[in-house]
Design a binder for this molecule. Structure first.
Ligand SMILES: NC(=O)c1ccc[n+]([C@@H]2O[C@H](COP(=O)([O-])OP(=O)(O)OC[C@H]3O[C@@H](n4cnc5c(N)ncnc54)[C@H](OP(=O)(O)O)[C@@H]3O)[C@@H](O)[C@H]2O)c1
Length: 306
């Protein structure tokens, strides 16, 4: 059945949308990607993989509406204010764009909207716009009555290897205390989960699913990274001074401490429902290996979390 159906994917030149577009295409779906620049390298790679490009921009709602013509499903992701001044958008834009995609999906008779949110959403006000906007977008989607599935991904494994965490100096810093647990997921597994969700709207419609493939502690990362690097990597939490000085990092650390950013996905149940989601160790020795090797060489700098 999927061979006859088209899914419109937003953010397909990015991490989550790219994984979803590839997973759908590999299972025979017709995929349409709304892209800002069809000539960009990542857009051309999508086209080469058999994905139809539709030029558009969230800020141009007519272009979003036109892309929805005749589609069965929509995968909705927005960049967030948490992504910083270069790639980020304002909280107000994230909210407006996320709601508009849902409203237009309803207006165009889309049969299944899949919205990717975040693990910390729906757990009370966090004070971080890119979490609180997602809670509001989720609520808006549920209020519309459109068949929808909301995914709440944990921290991306890819984010662990952004520059600035210290691997080049034989150390590694992140949010958890050494014995504290935090969940994570490989971006490709978000694609796998979303494809499964689109393939069974009856089963997944109306559900909100927190997703993660593994959980890690600081001590666990120290062991894993040391084994993978073939030399000692010492773990420590981001220093208190940094957490006080950088309010985004500081607030994220508080939300790890109170559990909302630590994650509460039922990983066993997810493995049964969606098949083998990658553990951090599997990801690190597979798709994450090039990122790990690059991070071992990359000179330290400011932490650039997204
Ligand atoms: N990092 C994490 O651990 C984590 C965990 C859970 C949730 N999240 C959430 O994930 C979201 C980001 O997802 P991602 O990492 O997949 O994004 P990403 O890789 O940064 O990609 C963003 C995508 O949005 C597109 N885009 C940007 N502005 C646009 C506009 N005005 N109109 C249309 N398309 C536009 C970009 O296209 P171009 O190629 O044209 O720039 C790109 O395809 C954020 O909301 C974040 O809060 C992150």
């Amino acid at each position: 059945m999927s061979m006859e159906k088209t899914v419109l994917v937003f953010g397909a030149t990015g991490q989550q949308g790219g994984a979803v577009a590839r997973a759908l295409r590999s299972r025979g779906w017709l995929v349409r990607a709304l892209v800002r620049d069809p000539a960009a390298e990542k857009a051309r790679a999508l086209e080469a993989a058999g994905i139809d490009l539709h030029r558009g921009d969230f800020s141009d709602s007519a272009s979003v509406a036109a892309a929805m013509s005749g589609v069965h499903g929509v995968f909705s992701v927005q960049p967030s204010s948490g992504q910083g001044p270069v790639h980020g958008i304002s909280d107000e834009q994230e909210l407006r764009y996320g709601k508009a995609v849902a409203d237009l999906s309803l207006a165009h008779g889309v049969r299944h909207l899949v919205y990717t949110s975040v693990g910390a959403a729906g757990k009370g006000h966090t004070g971080l716009g890119h979490f609180d906007m997602k809670t509001e977008i989720e609520d808006h989607i549920r209020s519309l009555g459109i068949r929808s599935t909301i995914l709440r991904p944990a921290a991306f494994m890819e984010m662990l290897l952004l520059p600035g965490m210290g691997l080049d100096r034989g150390t590694y810093a992140f949010f958890m205390r050494p014995g504290q647990t935090m969940q994570c997921i490989a971006v490709d597994d978000i694609g796998k989960v979303a494809e499964t969700v689109f393939s069974d709207p009856e089963r997944f419609g109306g559900r909100t699913i927190e997703i993660a493939g593994d959980e890690m502690t600081g001590n666990g990362l120290q062991d894993l990274f040391s084994r993978a690097a073939g030399r000692t990597i010492t773990y420590h939490r981001f220093p208190d001074g940094l957490l006080e000085q950088d309010r985004l990092l500081g607030r994220l650390a508080e939300l790890v401490d109170d559990g909302r950013c630590a994650g509460a996905a039922d990983i066993q149940a997810l493995r049964q429902e969606f098949g083998g989601l990658l553990s951090l160790e599997q990801w690190l020795s597979g798709p994450g290996r090039p990122l790990f090797e690059a991070a071992l060489e990359a000179p330290g700098g400011t932490v650039a979390l997204r």
